[in-house]
Design a protein around this ligand. Structure first.
Ligand code: ZN
Length: 460
């Protein structure tokens, strides 16, 4: 129990607290070395931008179709991001080719569906000569560190992500993304169809890729004369801090690259080890539980190595952020792994794509001369993933014994065997949503008689 303090004691207490507070404030001002790091901004140099290289060969990969509800104007779209494109020197470049702007907007619509930000993302788009073999290059215009809303301290965040986390435009009137596209290619495909001519590079695919870098898919590591390094200084020469992406990169032995000494051949060796991974919970979940391979060829390739997905993702729904694009390649979706990486770095994203898959399908046992229309509704055996039901296509992909009379109408399997047919027919069906597919099989069996075996009730 406490007795009520007198007015005199209370005012003395207040005086003491004020004195203490002013002491704390003075000492904090005097001990700057131990103070929390100050928010800081750095302009990314164009030499740090990541590039997309052109392949000479023609892609044989299936087109990767846009995500569902990809148009931000679609009422079912979950998008909250707004991307504003500033076409640089438009009168002498972009305006001469309105198709290119339509293709650009298509890529913008797709990204807007996938990420959330309350702050408009301004993209400076340049149509300009780039090095031979380079289709595009991009990076964030600025990076930011030590804002109170960032999940990690002493870490640079690309500005679009930094803004989304802070809920404010941290670089004011400057753009968030700078993206450049090669004006020296004669063979761009500016259409938005899913079939890219085998002589052309799909422009929307390149824009999607470059926006991916500008929004944050890039790390700071590089190799020069065998020496590996990471990070940037800020307004002061020290400290050097990594990009948020760098926190998740690791070598084959699961050692974080940031655990290697900066400016060392030891780090340099890791970066050209052909075995680098992004290890983050969301990225891994989108990759079947395994960490994600990064591009790490045995020769350091500036602008390509480390800041791209590994070559094993070519011809998959995750191919967009590989380091190169083939002629005829069409990719209108960054894929689940990239969205997982974005989430790990701090982005709020829409649902991460999961493909439709089948439960196991039940075998169909019929008596001789029995027919079964509407035998199997495949929708009942489909795990939708993030696909909408109406976008799924079902097909029979093998050639079952025609005597079994198996037909598919929409998602409904019917079985009408020929007269007196007895036997087995294997039926393999596929479900597809434009991005991925799954298959499953069941057997149709027609028998003379069905022998029921009654199990004791305890075993049922
Ligand atoms: Zn790239």
């Amino acid at each position: 129990m406490f007795s009520k303090p007198s007015v005199k004691t209370a005012s003395l207490l207040i005086l003491l607290i004020c004195l203490l507070f002013s002491l704390v404030a003075t000492s904090a001002a005097q001990t700057t070395p131990t103070a929390a790091p100050e928010p800081d901004t750095r302009v990314v140099s164009t030499g740090e931008y990541v590039v997309l290289r052109s392949d000479d060969w023609v892609s044989s990969a299936k087109p990767v179709l846009p995500p569902a509800h990809f148009d931000a104007r679609d009422p079912d779209s979950t998008a909250t991001a707004t991307i504003i494109v500033n076409y640089v020197d438009a009168a002498t470049t972009w305006d001469l080719n309105p198709q290119a702007k339509t293709a650009f907007q298509f890529a913008v619509d797709i990204w807007e569906t996938l990420i959330n930000s309350p702050v408009p993302i301004v993209v400076n788009a340049e149509w300009t000569p780039l090095d031979p073999g380079v289709l595009g290059s991009a990076g964030p215009y600025t990076v930011h560190r030590n804002n109170v809303s960032f999940p990690r301290a002493s870490t640079w965040y690309p500005v679009a992500l930094a803004n989304a986390l802070a809920g404010a435009d941290l670089n004011g009137g400057s753009p968030e993304v700078v993206a450049r596209f090669s004006s020296v290619y004669a063979n761009w495909y500016f259409g938005t169809g899913s079939t890219t001519p085998s002589t052309d590079y799909n422009f929307t695919t390149v824009v999607l890729h470059e926006l991916g870098h500008g929004l944050g898919f890039l790390g700071s590591m590089s190799v020069s004369s065998g020496i590996g390094s990471w990070g940037y200084p800020g307004s002061l020469p020290t400290p050097i801090n990594p990009l948020v992406y760098d926190h998740y990169s690791e070598n084959n032995a699961s050692q974080p690259l940031l655990s290697f000494p900066n400016l060392s051949t030891l780090l340099g060796d890791q970066l050209i080890s052909n075995a680098l991974y992004f290890n983050g919970p969301n990225a891994n979940a989108a990759n079947g539980g395994a960490r994600v391979a990064l591009y790490a060829p045995t020769t350091w390739r500036p602008g390509s190595s480390y800041s791209h997905l590994g070559e094993i993702y070519n011809s998959t729904p995750n191919a967009l952020m590989t380091y190169s694009l083939a002629k005829g390649e069409t990719n209108y979706n960054p894929g689940p792994i990239v969205l997982g990486i974005f989430r790990d770095m701090g982005w709020s994203t829409g649902p991460i794509y999961t493909p439709p898959t089948f439960f196991s399908l039940p075998d169909q046992l019929l008596l001789k001369n029995e027919s079964r229309s509407d035998a199997l509704d495949l929708t009942h055996y489909t795990i939708l993933g993030t696909s909408g039901l109406n976008e799924l296509t079902y097909s029979i992909i093998n050639t079952p014994d025609p005597a079994a009379g198996v037909t598919l109408n929409g998602a409904m399997i019917s079985i009408n065997p020929t007269t007196n047919w007895l036997g087995n027919a294997l039926v393999t069906v596929q479900v597809e949503d434009g991005t991925a597919s799954d298959t499953a099989s069941f057997t149709v069996r027609s028998v003379d008689q069905i022998l029921y075996t009654y199990l004791p009730s305890i075993a049922r």
